[in-house]
Ligand binder design. Structure first.
Ligand code: COA
Length: 397
């Protein structure tokens, strides 16, 4: 089989198709941005200006605050919300307020104080809180000329504010804000610096472009975006049940391996290399002899070998193959050994045995005979393999 180099065009499509442009954050932000563009939701900033529609929205928002911030006296919420120095950025859907943030911009000090922030209970964790904050930041920077936000967050809200870029470390000089915002014993003072350039209401596009740029750079340095066809084991097998190939598949036959930097010199970097296949890929006869003796004389003849002598019958355990996706048994292992086409390294043989023992312990509970047998047989198997390797080494010296 020849390693197939994928042409440049194909590479490009693989690259763009495989590129992950979305995290959960971007997916939510882009979803809401699309709804906004389609006119299904809107973000507005209003204050007590006596316009009927605005006043209705402010009352609706006050109700959300009163419900979501039970520790705040309702009169206090109304007083601040209706105070003309305060503004409220709200998200509105079907002319109903979904949530909002009330803040007071201190224009001369270039910072704003967030007084209240809440989303209606049945609309939370859908991204509204994040998008609302992004709209607030963009507006505060571009319309009010602010550089920072400060807020007293209660314990429950600290996590949300941290995710919105707030921190408990206050970098803003105290003289700029001290005496402007009211001290609040029950809350933790948090600060957020507003970036002078960020496209806050279109962060998802910025993140997508950054991901693309990084991916292109990686593509220049590595081949990891090239997908090679795998080996078709169905076609390559002479015994499908035991997965035995028609001929031994050489490592260099695996498409893409050389291109990824592998060289034949690395062949044989195994703990048991004196047992491994020769460089032409044929199974070492010593390895076959050793595996046969372990299987037949040690495992099949062992008192705990009987539960593993052949594949589990669905009549005995109807749900077995729903739970155990990679079954293994001593008969299959024997066929693989006898084929002299399968276990080209001792590790492969050991891995099958370990899979068989692990399957038994996964399917059966610890008090069963099958579970106990698997533990005892595995101990015996390990010591037999170890003793075999040791004596081989001794004989070599
Ligand atoms: N603590 C920790 N994390 C929180 C959180 C909280 N109280 N509320 C939301 N988050 C997380 C979300 O899980 C999400 O995380 P993710 O991006 O890793 O998935 C992220 O913050 C933003 O979620 P989002 O859907 O944009 O927020 P939201 O629409 O649910 O609004 C609040 C967040 C805090 C405004 C809303 O939950 C709320 O009204 N809470 C009650 C009132 C309140 O505590 N207000 C703040 C003090 S004034």
């Amino acid at each position: 089989m020849q390693g197939l180099m994928v042409k440049d065009d194909a590479v490009k499509s693989i690259f763009t198709e495989n590129l992950q442009t979305h995290g959960a954050y971007c997916a939510r932000e882009e979803g809401l941005k699309r709804e906004e563009e389609a006119g299904k939701i809107k973000f507005v900033c209003v204050s007590n200006d006596k316009i009927d529609e605005h006043m209705i929205w402010l009352i609706e928002l006050k109700n959300i605050f009163a419900r979501q911030l039970p520790n705040m006296p309702k009169e206090y919420i109304v007083r601040l919300e209706m105070d003309r120095r305060h503004k409220s950025v709200m998200v509105i859907r079907h002319n109903t307020v979904v949530g909002g943030i009330t803040y007071r911009p201190y224009l001369s000090q270039k910072f704003g104080e967030i007084a209240f922030c809440a989303i209606a209970p049945n609309e939370q964790v859908k991204g509204y809180g994040t998008r609302l904050m992004n709209h607030l930041k963009q507006r505060a920077r571009d319309v009010d000329g602010l550089t920072h936000f400060l807020t007293y967050a209660d314990n429950n809200a600290v996590g949300y504010f941290i995710k919105q870029g707030f921190s408990k470390d206050i970098f803003l000089e105290k003289k700029l804000w001290h005496g402007y915002i009211k001290d609040n014993d029950g809350g933790i003072l948090m600060e957020c610096k507003i970036d002078p350039k960020f496209p806050y209401t279109d962060l998802s596009t910025m993140i997508r472009r950054q991901r693309q740029a990084i991916d292109e750079k990686i593509r220049e340095l590595s081949n990891c975006h090239i997908v090679y066809p795998g080996i078709d084991f169905q076609k390559a097998c002479s015994n499908k049940e035991a997965g035995i190939p028609k001929r031994i598949c050489k490592l260099e036959d695996i498409p893409g391996l050389r291109e990824a930097g592998w060289s034949p010199d690395e062949w044989g970097h195994s703990r048991f290399k004196y047992f491994n296949a020769s460089t032409d890929g044929t199974v070492n006869p010593k390895l076959t002899g050793f595996m046969l003796s372990v299987l037949k004389q040690a495992m099949l003849a062992h008192a705990d070998g009987w539960p593993f002598d052949k594949p589990v019958n669905v009549r005995d355990a109807p749900d077995y193959y729903n739970i155990i996706k990679n079954p293994m048994d001593l008969m299959t292992m024997s066929r693989r050994v006898e084929s002299e086409q399968y276990y080209v390294t001792l590790e492969m043989f050991i891995a099958d045995a370990r899979k068989m023992f692990a399957n038994a312990r996964k399917y059966n509970s610890p008090e069963t005979v099958y579970y106990k047998s698997s533990t005892r047989l595995e101990t015996f198997f390990s010591s037999t393999v170890q003793a075999g390797v040791q004596s081989f080494l001794h004989f070599q010296q």
